[in-house]
Design a protein around this ligand. Sequence first.
Ligand SMILES: NC(=O)c1ccc[n+]([C@@H]2O[C@H](COP(=O)([O-])OP(=O)(O)OC[C@H]3O[C@@H](n4cnc5c(N)ncnc54)[C@H](O)[C@@H]3O)[C@@H](O)[C@H]2O)c1
Length: 357
Amino acid sequence: MKTYKIAAIPADGIGPEVIAAGLQALEALARRDGGFRLDVTKFDWGSARYKKTGALMPEDGTEQLKAFDAIFFGAVGAPDVPDHVTLWGLRLPICQGFDQYANVRPTKILPGISSPLAGVKTGDLDWVIVRENSEGEYSGHGGRAHKGLPEEVGTEVSIFTRVGVTRIMRYAFALAQARPRKFLTVVTKSNAQRFGMVMWDEIAAEVATEFPDVKWDKMLVDAMTVRMVRAPRSLDTIVATNLHADILSDLAGALAGSLGVAPTGNIDPERRFPSMFEPIHGSAFDITGKGIANPVATFWTAAQMLEHLGEKDAADRLMRSVENVCASGIMTPDVNGTATTQQVTDAVCEAIRSENI
Ligand SMILES: NC(=O)c1ccc[n+]([C@@H]2O[C@H](COP(=O)([O-])OP(=O)(O)OC[C@H]3O[C@@H](n4cnc5c(N)ncnc54)[C@H](O)[C@@H]3O)[C@@H](O)[C@H]2O)c1
């Protein structure tokens, strides 16, 4: 039997609630499948650790994680710690330290969930957003000078490299090629940003020649928000910079019904390091501890993790079970249901156990 070593980092807010739910579903799947087991190690890294020790994770944190096949991550962020401290103290060091340069964000309207877009139903919105995850606007280059004085200056430099843009374009074109519509939309802002973004467009056109069977088009990011709302059926696979895709994928999650159903995989396509799987949402302070966090995003990212590990059948079983449970109306309040996190989790585990396939 295969054993996968999983590092679970529930971290903050509703992170521990949804990761507990995800681990229950994964355990049910492993039992049902019989061909693999998961050896899960939990890490108590996060804001509570920061308040005690001054660091969200130990200095050798990424070194410790190297021993794992995948990382299962909750959310990081606390009301009394600045957001840039939590993000740069835990999530970004893992993504960037492990060169997880492809951030993959599937979105569709699950059965039983309604989109806020009138007349848009299951099947009408089926996208995968590929976010460049290693550079761009989140390269961490910049600084502040003359702090607090009237002449204070702050810079935030976006870095685009030929290597970085080429590899994310190749990843996105290959993903588009593997999907039935073979269609990619490249998001840009090359009208206003004349250097990095123009290079981004040029490299997209170069890489496109390697994928002659993939149709592609280009959208300015501002117009893209309109197209996502007005013509969701016209989109399939989408590639965008770190910042643009960050924003567009929150919009995508909301259009698919809730941030609580939106998953993401931070992938190292070369498999030099463990990849990291997490729901898109954050700590959700407003519902922490209430037992009503939607676990569906975490189930979906668990399915992404299983597929990455080579367990496609188990991943498909998990998604079928989630879709059946949503279709039956067992859902949390963010998607107009009345169920608790635990009730949804129990229903998904029961669907996994009782499925007749
Ligand atoms: N990847 C991450 O760890 C990550 C991502 C985004 C935000 N954050 C952090 O989380 C904190 C809160 O950020 P925010 O409020 O902007 O975003 P958020 O995603 O935490 O919450 C936004 C809204 O969506 C709702 N929501 C989110 N997930 C839900 C779920 N599973 N079920 C039901 N409702 C859900 C929340 O209740 C809230 O109303 C901040 O500290 C922020 O920095 C972390």
